[in-house]
Design a protein around this ligand. Structure first.
Ligand code: GRF
Length: 217
Protein backbone atom coordinates (compact mmCIF):
# COMPACT_ATOMS: atom_id res chain seq x y z
CA UNK A 1 0.00 0.00 0.00
CA UNK A 2 1.40 3.41 -0.89
CA UNK A 3 2.02 5.84 1.93
CA UNK A 4 -0.63 8.50 2.47
CA UNK A 5 0.43 12.06 1.69
CA UNK A 6 -0.13 14.19 4.79
CA UNK A 7 -0.25 17.95 5.31
CA UNK A 8 0.23 19.27 8.84
CA UNK A 9 -1.42 22.62 9.56
CA UNK A 10 0.21 24.70 12.29
CA UNK A 11 0.14 28.18 13.78
CA UNK A 12 2.96 27.95 16.31
CA UNK A 13 5.86 25.94 17.69
CA UNK A 14 4.83 22.69 16.03
CA UNK A 15 5.96 20.11 18.56
CA UNK A 16 3.14 17.75 17.51
CA UNK A 17 4.11 18.34 13.89
CA UNK A 18 7.68 17.38 14.83
CA UNK A 19 6.42 14.17 16.46
CA UNK A 20 4.57 13.28 13.25
CA UNK A 21 7.65 14.06 11.16
CA UNK A 22 9.78 11.82 13.39
CA UNK A 23 7.31 8.93 13.18
CA UNK A 24 7.12 9.25 9.40
CA UNK A 25 10.89 8.97 9.03
CA UNK A 26 10.38 5.22 9.38
CA UNK A 27 9.70 3.96 5.87
CA UNK A 28 7.27 1.39 7.25
CA UNK A 29 5.08 4.17 8.69
CA UNK A 30 1.98 4.34 6.45
CA UNK A 31 2.05 8.12 6.00
CA UNK A 32 4.60 10.69 4.87
CA UNK A 33 4.53 14.35 5.83
CA UNK A 34 4.83 16.13 2.50
CA UNK A 35 3.62 19.61 3.45
CA UNK A 36 3.54 21.87 6.49
CA UNK A 37 1.14 24.76 6.03
CA UNK A 38 0.86 27.70 8.41
CA UNK A 39 -1.35 30.75 8.64
CA UNK A 40 1.57 32.55 10.29
CA UNK A 41 4.85 33.21 8.50
CA UNK A 42 6.71 33.31 11.83
CA UNK A 43 5.41 29.98 13.17
CA UNK A 44 8.38 28.25 14.80
CA UNK A 45 7.35 24.90 13.35
CA UNK A 46 8.07 26.12 9.81
CA UNK A 47 11.79 26.20 10.65
CA UNK A 48 11.66 22.62 11.92
CA UNK A 49 9.82 21.54 8.77
CA UNK A 50 12.37 23.20 6.49
CA UNK A 51 15.23 21.67 8.49
CA UNK A 52 13.62 18.31 7.70
CA UNK A 53 13.39 19.13 3.97
CA UNK A 54 9.61 19.23 4.06
CA UNK A 55 7.77 21.64 1.76
CA UNK A 56 6.20 24.58 3.57
CA UNK A 57 3.47 27.00 2.57
CA UNK A 58 2.13 30.07 4.34
CA UNK A 59 -1.43 31.26 3.81
CA UNK A 60 -1.79 34.40 5.89
CA UNK A 61 -5.37 34.71 7.10
CA UNK A 62 -5.25 38.47 7.72
CA UNK A 63 -5.92 39.70 4.14
CA UNK A 64 -9.07 37.54 4.08
CA UNK A 65 -10.65 39.38 7.03
CA UNK A 66 -13.84 37.67 8.09
CA UNK A 67 -14.12 35.66 4.87
CA UNK A 68 -13.23 32.24 6.27
CA UNK A 69 -14.43 30.44 3.15
CA UNK A 70 -12.01 32.40 0.94
CA UNK A 71 -9.12 31.67 3.33
CA UNK A 72 -10.04 28.01 3.36
CA UNK A 73 -10.24 27.98 -0.45
CA UNK A 74 -6.70 29.35 -0.59
CA UNK A 75 -5.55 26.55 1.71
CA UNK A 76 -7.47 23.96 -0.30
CA UNK A 77 -5.64 25.06 -3.41
CA UNK A 78 -2.29 24.41 -1.69
CA UNK A 79 -3.50 21.02 -0.47
CA UNK A 80 -4.52 20.09 -4.00
CA UNK A 81 -1.21 21.25 -5.45
CA UNK A 82 0.60 18.91 -3.07
CA UNK A 83 -1.88 16.04 -3.74
CA UNK A 84 -2.71 15.67 -0.05
CA UNK A 85 -4.63 12.61 1.20
CA UNK A 86 -4.89 13.43 4.91
CA UNK A 87 -4.73 16.66 6.92
CA UNK A 88 -3.48 16.89 10.51
CA UNK A 89 -4.28 20.02 12.48
CA UNK A 90 -1.54 20.53 15.07
CA UNK A 91 -2.00 23.72 17.02
CA UNK A 92 -3.72 25.37 14.04
CA UNK A 93 -5.53 28.31 15.59
CA UNK A 94 -8.18 29.10 12.97
CA UNK A 95 -11.79 27.97 12.84
CA UNK A 96 -12.55 26.22 9.57
CA UNK A 97 -15.61 26.77 7.39
CA UNK A 98 -18.18 23.95 7.17
CA UNK A 99 -17.55 23.64 3.43
CA UNK A 100 -13.85 23.03 3.93
CA UNK A 101 -14.48 20.58 6.78
CA UNK A 102 -16.93 18.69 4.55
CA UNK A 103 -14.28 18.33 1.83
CA UNK A 104 -12.04 16.57 4.36
CA UNK A 105 -14.65 14.55 6.21
CA UNK A 106 -12.94 11.67 8.04
CA UNK A 107 -9.66 12.68 6.39
CA UNK A 108 -8.79 15.59 8.71
CA UNK A 109 -7.52 14.97 12.25
CA UNK A 110 -7.03 17.33 15.18
CA UNK A 111 -5.29 17.00 18.51
CA UNK A 112 -6.80 18.64 21.55
CA UNK A 113 -5.13 18.86 24.96
CA UNK A 114 -8.00 17.44 27.02
CA UNK A 115 -10.13 14.34 27.27
CA UNK A 116 -12.96 15.42 24.98
CA UNK A 117 -15.81 16.11 25.29
CA UNK A 118 -14.51 17.73 28.49
CA UNK A 119 -12.65 21.03 28.30
CA UNK A 120 -13.14 22.14 24.71
CA UNK A 121 -11.44 25.41 23.81
CA UNK A 122 -8.41 27.09 25.35
CA UNK A 123 -6.61 26.93 28.71
CA UNK A 124 -7.59 23.31 29.19
CA UNK A 125 -4.91 22.50 31.76
CA UNK A 126 -5.73 25.42 34.02
CA UNK A 127 -9.44 24.64 33.77
CA UNK A 128 -8.87 20.95 34.56
CA UNK A 129 -6.90 21.87 37.68
CA UNK A 130 -9.50 24.44 38.74
CA UNK A 131 -12.28 21.91 38.23
CA UNK A 132 -10.50 19.43 40.48
CA UNK A 133 -10.25 16.87 37.69
CA UNK A 134 -8.34 13.77 38.75
CA UNK A 135 -7.65 12.54 35.23
CA UNK A 136 -6.75 14.75 32.28
CA UNK A 137 -5.18 14.08 28.90
CA UNK A 138 -5.36 14.54 25.17
CA UNK A 139 -7.60 13.48 22.31
CA UNK A 140 -7.08 12.88 18.60
CA UNK A 141 -10.35 13.18 16.70
CA UNK A 142 -11.73 13.68 13.24
CA UNK A 143 -12.65 17.30 12.61
CA UNK A 144 -16.23 18.52 12.44
CA UNK A 145 -17.38 22.11 11.91
CA UNK A 146 -18.00 22.59 15.63
CA UNK A 147 -14.72 23.36 17.43
CA UNK A 148 -13.05 20.46 19.27
CA UNK A 149 -15.81 18.04 18.29
CA UNK A 150 -15.89 14.96 16.13
CA UNK A 151 -15.40 11.21 16.36
CA UNK A 152 -12.65 10.30 18.83
CA UNK A 153 -9.86 8.21 17.35
CA UNK A 154 -7.51 7.94 20.32
CA UNK A 155 -7.05 9.35 23.80
CA UNK A 156 -4.25 9.34 26.32
CA UNK A 157 -4.70 10.12 29.98
CA UNK A 158 -2.50 11.42 32.77
CA UNK A 159 -3.25 11.63 36.48
CA UNK A 160 -3.60 15.14 37.84
CA UNK A 161 -1.25 15.38 40.82
CA UNK A 162 -1.90 17.20 44.07
CA UNK A 163 -0.39 20.69 43.74
CA UNK A 164 -0.02 20.30 39.97
CA UNK A 165 0.75 23.52 38.14
CA UNK A 166 -0.57 24.40 34.73
CA UNK A 167 2.97 24.18 33.32
CA UNK A 168 3.72 20.79 34.86
CA UNK A 169 0.42 19.26 33.83
CA UNK A 170 0.70 20.72 30.35
CA UNK A 171 4.18 19.19 29.91
CA UNK A 172 2.96 15.72 30.90
CA UNK A 173 -0.04 15.99 28.58
CA UNK A 174 2.17 17.20 25.74
CA UNK A 175 4.34 14.10 26.11
CA UNK A 176 1.17 12.03 25.71
CA UNK A 177 0.13 14.09 22.67
CA UNK A 178 3.43 13.26 21.01
CA UNK A 179 2.68 9.56 21.43
CA UNK A 180 -0.98 9.42 20.48
CA UNK A 181 -0.91 11.68 17.41
CA UNK A 182 1.51 9.51 15.43
CA UNK A 183 -0.30 6.38 16.66
CA UNK A 184 -3.72 7.72 15.62
CA UNK A 185 -2.49 8.92 12.23
CA UNK A 186 -1.01 5.47 11.66
CA UNK A 187 -4.40 3.82 12.22
CA UNK A 188 -6.13 6.26 9.87
CA UNK A 189 -3.44 5.97 7.20
CA UNK A 190 -3.78 2.19 7.34
CA UNK A 191 -7.52 2.60 6.65
CA UNK A 192 -8.35 0.85 9.92
CA UNK A 193 -10.68 3.56 11.25
CA UNK A 194 -14.35 3.69 10.27
CA UNK A 195 -16.90 6.17 11.59
CA UNK A 196 -20.25 4.66 12.47
CA UNK A 197 -22.92 6.73 14.26
CA UNK A 198 -20.35 9.41 15.06
CA UNK A 199 -18.04 6.92 16.78
CA UNK A 200 -14.78 5.52 15.50
CA UNK A 201 -14.52 1.80 15.07
CA UNK A 202 -10.95 0.58 14.82
CA UNK A 203 -10.59 -2.76 13.12
CA UNK A 204 -14.37 -2.97 13.54
CA UNK A 205 -14.52 -2.53 17.32
CA UNK A 206 -15.28 0.60 19.38
CA UNK A 207 -12.43 0.60 21.92
CA UNK A 208 -9.47 -1.57 21.06
CA UNK A 209 -6.41 -1.48 23.28
CA UNK A 210 -4.50 0.62 20.80
CA UNK A 211 -6.93 3.53 21.18
CA UNK A 212 -6.08 4.29 24.80
CA UNK A 213 -3.00 5.07 26.82
CA UNK A 214 -3.48 4.09 30.43
CA UNK A 215 -3.11 6.85 33.03
CA UNK A 216 -0.95 4.98 35.53
CA UNK A 217 1.80 4.83 36.57
C1 GRF B 1 -1.08 21.32 21.58
O1 GRF B 1 -1.28 21.29 22.96
C2 GRF B 1 -2.28 20.81 20.85
O2 GRF B 1 -2.95 19.81 21.54
C3 GRF B 1 -3.13 22.04 20.75
O3 GRF B 1 -2.24 23.09 20.53
C4 GRF B 1 -0.95 22.75 21.05
C5 GRF B 1 0.01 22.87 19.93
O4 GRF B 1 1.32 22.64 20.35
N1 GRF B 1 -4.13 21.87 19.72
P1 GRF B 1 2.44 22.34 19.27
O5 GRF B 1 2.46 23.51 18.31
O6 GRF B 1 2.12 21.06 18.60
O7 GRF B 1 3.71 22.26 20.05
Amino acid sequence: MSRKRVAVLISGRGSNMAALIEAAKDNSYPAEIVLVLSNKADAGGLVTARDNDIATEVVDHTPFGKDRAAFDAAMQSKLETHRIDLVCLAGFMRLLSPGFVALWQNRMLNIHPALLPAFKGLDTHRRAIEAGAKIHGATVHFVEPEMDAGPIIMQGAVAVRPNDTEAALSARVLAVEHRIYPAALKLVAEDRVRVVDNRCLIDGVPVPDTATLRPFP
